[in-house]
Design a protein around this ligand. Structure first.
Ligand code: ASP
Length: 365
């Protein structure tokens, strides 16, 4: 009964596929509570016909208008669109939200534009250590990997951990041994070399020498004028009303000592639960871990009965801001409501619904 009440509130306070530009707030839309299916844990918040779709991000950060050439901007927009449509194809054919988020993330992992897979940032030692996680909102099954150095698509390995092992999280050499056993594609370390990310490392090291290592402990641990985090993620709702979330990243430039961020930590950078929502995050991982961002948003939706938009606002625009954390999230709930909330000047993002019309955006306005 309590859940049914919260489902009604959810219906009243949120709007499916809200305008991309109104990233922080989703306005209310009147709706009929009778659209709520009253039975089954997975369908407590669901409409008869799920408002299916997929939402992606390619990282949040200081992305000022005019800081990119028009060609570069067009490249980002095209790749985001390609990723969205890869997920949309899966969903339109009746595929699962898990397959859709994986397909979308794979497109971005294979592109040098994003800080995941091919375009991963460098560690202090000049290596690329990749993290990823995936979660199934229907079963609460999850899989994650941290610090892998030869896996072309870490999200595929995270999925294999979820489905083919007894564990939730594998790291480093052990994760790669499992990848080999599972026939997951491995690549030489040189595959991850990109000049752009190498230059970022050089710059971060120069800044470290200039300002001191303490500067790297704060939100400004990436150089101030280049704080584009670039992690990738996707959340989706399929035709069966099931949610899934996936996140993949190279972490942060100049990271050391086996640092692991929020992306592979279930409840921090990635979470999905059919009873509340699916979330993928990007930003200063240390803060997202301490704020348990993804789970906190879903918990507020489930236990307080607030709308997805309200929950995302409370966590990203208030709690995180007060702590000093930079970044944003994408999220969907079981009705297909969308939130793309970020406290930075930009976040590469996009969404597409059943109508097949993708929308992408980069800046706040
Ligand atoms: N959240 C990621 C991390 O801390 C960084 C990012 O979003 O780009 O590893």
């Amino acid at each position: 009964m309590r859940l049914l009440r919260s489902a009604r509130r959810l219906l009243v306070h949120t709007l499916p596929f809200a305008a991309l530009s109104a990233a922080a707030c989703t306005p209310a839309r009147p709706a009929t509570p009778s659209a709520v299916a009253p039975t089954g844990p997975a369908s407590v918040h669901a409409t008869q016909l799920p408002n299916w779709g997929i939402v992606i991000h390619g990282g949040a950060g200081t992305i000022a208008r005019g800081s990119m050439t028009p060609e570069m901007e067009a490249e980002y927009r095209a790749k985001l669109t390609e990723a969205l449509m890869a997920g949309h194809r899966v969903l339109a054919a009746g595929g699962s939200s898990l397959d859709a988020v994986q397909a979308a993330v794979n497109v971005m992992e294979d592109s040098p534009l994003f800080n995941a897979g091919k375009g991963a940032v460098f560690t202090h030692e000049g290596k690329n250590e990749l993290d990823a996680a995936v979660m199934d909102g229907r079963t609460l099954a999850a899989g994650a990997v941290a610090g892998v150095t030869h896996v072309k698509n870490p999200i595929n390995l995270a999925r294999a951990v979820m489905e083919k092992s007894r564990h939730v999280m594998l790291m480093g050499a052990g994760a790669e041994a499992f990848a080999k056993q599972q026939g997951i594609e491995l690549v030489p370390e040189s595959y991850f070399f990109t000049e752009r990310r190498w230059q970022s490392l050089e710059k971060a090291k120069a800044d470290e020498a200039k300002y001191g290592a303490e500067a790297l402990l704060g939100p400004e641990y990436s150089v101030p004028e280049d704080r584009k985090f670039g992690t990738v993620g996707a959340v989706a709702l399929d035709k069966n009303g099931n949610l899934a979330a996936a996140t993949s990243t190279g972490g942060v430039t100049n990271k050391r000592w086996g640092r692991v961020g929020d992306a592979p930590i279930i409840g921090a950078g990635t979470y999905a639960n059919n009873r509340s929502c699916a979330v993928s995050a990007t930003g200063t991982g240390e803060y997202f871990i301490r704020a348990t961002v993804a789970h906190d948003i879903c918990a507020r939706v489930e236990y307080q009965g607030v709308s997805l938009a309200e929950a995302a606002d409370q966590v990203v625009m208030k709690k995180l801001v007060e702590m000093g954390g930079d970044g944003g999230i994408i999220a969907m709930d079981p009705l297909g409501n969308v939130s793309m909330t970020f406290n930075t000047s930009g976040m590469y993002r996009g969404r597409v619904g059943a109508d097949g019309k993708p929308e992408v955006a980069i800046y706040r306005d």
